[in-house]
Design a protein around this ligand. Structure first.
Ligand code: SF4
Ligand code: SF4
Ligand code: SF4
Length: 376
């Protein structure tokens, strides 16, 4: 089989209506800059649901002893996932999003190979690849308010309270933010001013990360310290969009984040999903300093003339609550305490489990495909 055929079969294997490879000149260079023809050939046919080494060996018609080191190397490269539950260890192929937008960058390495894939991945992302995500209502992350920015803690559900979410884990890790790291590696972009080592993962996902050199184990106290520094820096806490056992807390920036970038630059209707909070301004004490306007990741705040304002120019912060995602980034640093988070009237719950989230994702993608076919 020629190298071209190996890559063609690999693309066919990973391509599906739920997450497609869209046409772009950047697509093949992205794949070929990070995956060798031999790796492409080996990964073709490996399922995206977890299997044991003997099961994968049977699928590939190879010896288990021969494939074990290959699978290990692919896990370390961020192309496969090692699922460890009790004594059971199984492996799965990652989907294309995870391969090219997320896992390879967690280690923070700066190899030539990573610089190349980052460059083409950034191009491909902006050249239509990520637009298929616009139709998905339940995004991968949901905003969760910064600790202590919530006015009335009595109404808080466990999944809305970052302290309770963090308390729920046994194993804590930190990795580099892939969104910021892959822009740092790309000469077409400037390095982000925000901190990089802020991506928090827990329990099973955390164990995969540490075992495969994609991040490091930390304590619960270090996790809380990272969250505090992220909040001070103006990063948005985004938690995996599921009620039970979310495995990730991201600390996202408004410029390079996979969630905010399409909202600002590609015209997507939504960034990450909203929390159940929205902002209320106390115009009488607002000094119209504009800090909250600068910090808001979705441009929901403006300074407007107000009859209740007491500032020099009769202006006060004014928030569009339809746009506000309830992250608390503005509240956290207001010098006069003039902006608070209050619970929205209606409580929306995230999907119960990761499986439920995946089903909703698939339904939205398939509905969008049908609608596209109907129009064409
Ligand atoms: S989603 Fe946010 S924290 Fe997660 S990797 Fe992207 S920017 Fe970083
Ligand atoms: S609400 Fe606070 S941060 Fe925003 S303009 Fe007023 S004083 Fe400044
Ligand atoms: S106004 Fe902006 S910064 Fe403040 S909570 Fe809403 S989205 Fe976050």
């Amino acid at each position: 089989m020629t190298d071209q055929e190996k890559y063609r079969k690999f693309v066919e294997w990973l391509d599906n209506p739920v997450w497609e490879f869209t046409e772009s000149e950047a697509m093949m260079p992205m794949i070929m800059s990070y995956i060798s023809p031999e790796e492409a050939e080996f990964m073709t046919g490996i399922p995206l649901n977890a299997k044991t080494i003997p099961e994968i060996a049977a699928i590939k018609n190879m010896d288990p002893d021969e494939i074990a080191p290959k699978i290990k190397a692919l896990c370390e490269k961020g192309l496969m996932y090692e699922s460890m539950r009790g004594d059971s260890v199984r492996y799965k192929l990652l989907d294309a999003q995870q391969m090219f937008l997320r896992m390879p960058y967690w280690s923070g390495a700066e190899t030539e190979e990573l610089k190349n894939v980052a460059h083409y991945s950034n191009k491909y992302y902006m050249d239509g690849w990520y637009d298929q995500m616009d139709a998905v209502h339940q995004k991968g992350l949901r905003a969760i308010p910064i600790q202590r920015t919530v006015e009335d803690v009595r109404q808080v559900m466990p999944f809305e309270n970052i302290m309770q979410v963090v308390d729920n884990y046994e194993y804590y890790t930190v990795s580099h933010c892939p969104c910021r790291h892959k822009h740092k590696l790309d000469p077409d972009y400037q390095e982000s001013a925000y901190p990089s080592e802020t991506c928090l993962h827990f329990d099973e996902l955390g164990r995969h990360i540490v075992k495969n050199g994609l991040g490091r184990e930390i304590t619960k106290e270090e996790t809380l310290e990272i969250l505090k520094k992220a909040a001070d820096a103006g990063l948005v806490h985004g938690v995996s969009n599921q009620e039970e056992k979310p495995d990730t807390i991201c600390n996202c920036d408004p410029i390079y984040c996979t969630m905010f970038r399409p909202y600002h630059l590609l015209g997507h209707s939504q960034a990450m999903n909203k929390s159940n909070y929205q902002v209320k301004v106390i115009p009488e004490t607002c000094k119209a300093c504009g800090l909250c306007v600068k910090r808001c990741p979705v441009d929901a705040i403006e300074l407007k003339v107000s009859s209740q304002a007491t500032s020099k120019f009769n202006k006060a912060a004014s928030v569009d609550t339809d746009i506000c995602i309830g992250c608390g980034v503005c509240v956290h640093k207001c010098p006069t305490g003039s902006i608070v988070l209050e619970h929205r009237e209606e409580t929306t719950r995230p999907p119960k489990t990761g499986r439920e989230w995946s089903q909703l994702f698939v339904e939205d993608r398939l509905a969008a495909k049908q609608e596209q076919a109907r129009i064409e």
